[in-house]
Design a protein around this ligand. Structure first.
Ligand code: NOJ
Ligand code: CA
Length: 567
């Protein structure tokens, strides 16, 4: 089943609790001459390490593989890489079940390989960001093994243990977002422990100050190793109602896992999370580091809460509402961009990641997919804010879900089949060239390489000036060299146009216009530049048949025109 976003994402985004208001941008680091921080000008790139580049041909990507591709990333225009978890892990959730926060899983290499990666990245001016799984550990983490060993163990209160309501009855009705009860009975101590995700991912008890101290120390440990920040996993789920009140049922029926639809009122987005985020931010500020958040907010008011009342929480809470605009609709994008542009902090734009269907499929019409991929690049890479790319997006990689349940690797795809096929489809190996296994490995890749590697791969697209990759490079180059695109304010124009999304980016006396035809027919429009004090636009980057003359722009289907305005 092709779905715009997996049901897990839909579940996560439905949370809605509002409790605080927002305020203006501050930071303890002075930044550049204009006060901008490094992470505001940087283009981030998410690497799913299992799938990026395999240096030892065991079929699984690794750190040395990433290091070998740094020149590629530099040339592409990437300033920071976010590596999804590469710590020791039983890999139940492919690394999001961490059994040791201060090491590297042998399948990915060693700490020495990590140090080599950061030092090579630094030589190229690329920051390295790690993924910090704050909500839960693996059930194989020493903390949990000790915690479950007895009711009086030193780590007992590091996790959430409770008696059941009665024999065979969990403490309350909370369901795991990955299916089934969120409580697992452990016969050793005759109590249940709480897990928002898989049972192998027990939730940490963040109300215990020892947990907080240990986790804060983890960040210090990595900062000392040269890490420039963290993407914080699942921040919405850090705290639970201490009284364990039952969640209300949202609507009748059952989800893909056969569970009731619950409003996660008592186990997500509790206000206590903000104190933790302020603390993590204080540590980050001591290292000029950035905190990116996996923040499934219902609206921009909620997003504002994650920036913090004095912008003292997350610098870059991701705006997933942008990924929810699942059609090429200028009106809907206009609305969402305006909302996040008016947020209390610096916007963060994402169109794909390892949990959602790739943008290539969400927007592609099956006929003009490459052109549409360029259009989407022209959109999110020219907006005011920090973009986070996802590996393979720059070559037009496609989501390729398994066709048989027995081939599924992601556990939610096995338990939720066929409604929920899991996330394998957006995690397939990077397509480097047209040789066997797309040049990702000489072994057997952990997930099959999609057939599209023959047409969409780095080597071939590098030679083709009309490829998706060539366009990404051009737009990233323009973004890095154009002050208006880097810092300029955003202003929507031609707001009634149902087919074309147009906006201005202005910095001091420089203005760039971006005109994007989101329809499959040619479009002609008047930009009404005089109203903004300009006479015409000189093309900076446009598709072959998209041009401007005076105030008028002509665009081919899905055409792009990015121009410098002149008086
Ligand atoms: C969010 C991550 O992005 C996802 O991949 C993971 O399964 C959950 N958090 C649990 O850690
Ligand atoms: Ca490997």
């Amino acid at each position: 089943m092709k779905h715009p976003v997996p049901s897990i994402a839909i579940l996560l985004v439905l949370f809605c609790i509002s409790w605080r208001s927002a305020s203006s941008q501050t930071s303890s680091h002075s930044g550049d001459a204009e006060g901008h921080q490094w992470w505001q000008h940087a283009v981030f790139y998410e690497i799913y390490p299992r799938s990026f580049a395999d240096s030892n041909n065991d079929g699984i990507g690794d750190l040395k593989g990433i290091t070998s591709k740094l020149d590629y990333l530099k040339d592409l225009g990437v300033d920071a890489i976010w590596i999804s978890p590469c710590f020791p892990s039983p890999q139940v959730d492919f690394g999001y079940d961490v059994s040791d926060y201060e090491n590297i899983d042998p399948m990915y290499g060693t700490l020495a390989d990590f140090d080599m990666l950061t030092s090579e990245a630094k030589k190229r001016g690329i920051h390295v960001i790690l993924d910090f799984v704050v909500n839960h550990t693996s059930d194989q983490h020493q903390w949990f093994l000790d915690s479950k060993s007895s009711r009086t163990s030193a780590h007992r209160d590091w996790y959430i243990w409770r008696d059941g309501k009665g024999p065979g009855q969990p403490p309350n009705n909370w369901v795991s977002t990955f299916g089934g009860s969120a409580w697992k009975f452990d016969p050793t101590t005759n109590q249940y422990y709480y897990h928002y995700f898989y049972a192998e991912q027990p939730d940490l008890n963040w109300r215990n100050p020892a947990v907080k101290d240990a986790m804060f120390d983890v960040t210090r440990w990595w900062y000392k190793r040269g890490v420039a920040g963290f993407r914080l996993d699942a921040v919405d789920t850090l705290f639970e109602d201490p009284n364990l009140r039952d969640n209300p049922i949202q609507k009748p029926g059952k989800n893909a896992f056969g569970d009731p639809f619950e409003e996660k009122k008592y186990n997500t987005k509790l206000p206590e999370v903000h104190e933790v985020l302020r603390g993590l931010r204080q540590v980050a500020d001591e290292h000029n580091a950035v905190l990116i958040g996996e923040t499934w907010t219902a609206d921009v008011a909620e997003l504002n809460q994650y920036y913090g009342q004095s912008n003292n929480e997350l610098q870059l809470p991701m705006d997933f509402l942008f990924t929810m605009v699942n059609k090429l609709s200028p009106a809907e994008f206009r609305k969402q961009i305006a909302a996040v542009d008016a947020a209390s902090g610096w916007p963060t734009f994402v169109i794909s990641n390892h949990d959602i269907v790739r943008s290539y499929d969400r927007y592609g019409d099956g006929k003009h997919n490459d052109q549409i991929a360029k259009l989407m690049a022209a959109l999110y890479l020219t907006l005011r804010g920090t973009p986070i790319m996802y590996y393979g997006e720059e070559i037009g990689m496609k989501t390729t879900p398994p066709t048989r349940q027995e081939d599924v690797k992601d556990p939610i795809g096995r338990t939720g089949w066929p409604k929920e096929k899991g996330r394998d489809g957006e995690r397939t190996p990077m397509q480097w060239n047209s040789s066997e296994n797309a040049g990702f490995t000489k072994g057997t890749p952990w997930l099959p390489v999609p057939p599209t590697y023959k047409t969409h791969n780095v080597a071939d697209e590098s030679k083709n000036s009309d490829s998706v990759l060539a366009f990404y490079k051009k737009v990233l180059k323009l973004r890095h060299t154009n002050q208006a695109l880097l810092e300029g304010n955003y202003k929507a124009i031609n707001e009634d146009d149902a087919n074309v999304l147009s906006y201005l980016r202005t910095h001091k006396d420089q203005t760039v216009v971006v005109v994007l035809n989101m329809s499959d027919s040619p479009q002609k429009l008047n930009l009404d530049l005089k109203r903004n004090g300009f006479a015409s636009a000189n093309s900076l980057l446009s598709t072959a048949k998209s041009t401007a003359k005076g105030e008028e722009v002509q665009l081919e289907p899905y055409g792009i025109f990015i121009g410098q305005l002149i008086k």
